[in-house]
Design a protein around this ligand. Structure first.
Ligand SMILES: CC(C)=CCC/C(C)=C/CC/C(C)=C/CC/C(C)=C/COP(=O)(O)OP(=O)(O)O
Ligand SMILES: O=P(O)(O)OC[C@@H](O)CO
Length: 241
């Protein structure tokens, strides 16, 4: 299904290494689901989560965000609307360039010989690059990506502008995963972006925080932990019309 980013204000990030709530109807109000995580993810648990979400909300786009090639399989790729691939501006070289060249080297090699099932599936599926700035230094995402320094708001704006004018990724992501970072970075990024979709994630667990981030200019908020930890709070993060 085509994704109309202009219509998306609430995104749920589902970690396949964590248990899903028994009743997934709670996802009814979210506009898009991303399946991904840094620790304990496998292609098998990712597929299980994707399939359960598809069954619960068949009209909602579902994306997979692998943080390693081991998280994807022919089945996961076939089951989602797009794959999102992070590139971390304030991470180490591997997590902005190295891993991407590795994965496409592998895909090219397979494509040139007996095309593997996974290569074929990937080449038929939209792959969206996401420019990330990871601002919570104690998070698993920061450890995974070699992030040891947070960006100032001016640098966040610079990374956002580079995303739009140089790298041409469709999405820029201010990532505070596990901690609420407030609206300053979003405000800085929103001032320079015209076309690129601006996402904020990290510690959103209330209507007030959701509103603050959207009011600062994010196109959408991403809610992760709260979906796994507290469904009542999760529901409060879904903006009502
Ligand atoms: C296209 C295919 C098949 C695979 C891509 C595999 C690659 C190259 C992935 C990119 C590796 C990379 C840059 C990882 C960054 C990790 C990241 C930004 C994770 C996002 O954080 P969450 O996983 O949501 O956060 P927590 O786990 O901390 O909650
Ligand atoms: O888990 P939380 O803190 O809600 O963060 C959401 C998302 O940004 C994780 O990638």
């Amino acid at each position: 299904m085509a994704i109309d980013w202009g219509e998306i204000t609430h995104i749920t990030k589902v970690d396949p290494a964590k248990a899903l709530p028994a009743d997934l109807d709670v996802l009814e109000g979210t506009d898009l689901v991303v399946v991904g995580g840094s620790d304990g993810v496998t292609a098998a648990n990712a597929l299980e989560a994707i399939q359960a979400i598809r069954r619960a909300i068949p009209a909602t786009p579902v994306l997979q965000e692998p943080s390693s090639p081991a998280h994807v399989s022919r089945a996961t790729v076939d089951a989602v609307d797009a794959i999102v691939v992070p590139a971390v501006y304030n991470g180490d070289r591997d997590h902005f360039v190295g891993k991407h060249v590795d994965i496409f080297t592998e895909l090219g090699r397979n494509g040139a010989s007996a095309a593997s099932e996974l290569t074929t599936a990937l080449l038929e599926t939209p792959i969206l690059g996401v420019g990330y700035v990871i601002q919570h230094l104690e998070s698993a995402a920061a450890a995974t990506s070699g992030v040891d320094t947070a960006y100032t708001p001016d640098q966040v704006a610079g990374a956002a502008l580079a995303t739009e004018t140089l790298y041409d990724f469709p999405i820029f992501y201010v990532e505070y995963t596990g901690r609420y970072g407030g609206s300053e970075d979003v405000d800085a990024a929103a001032r320079v972006l015209e076309e690129t979709t601006l996402l904020y994630g990290g510690g959103i667990d209330s209507r007030e925080k959701a509103r603050e981030i959207l009011a600062a200019g994010a196109d959408a908020i991403v809610v992760g932990d709260c979906f796994h930890d507290d469904l009542e709070r999760f529901q409060a993060t879904i903006p009502t019309a």
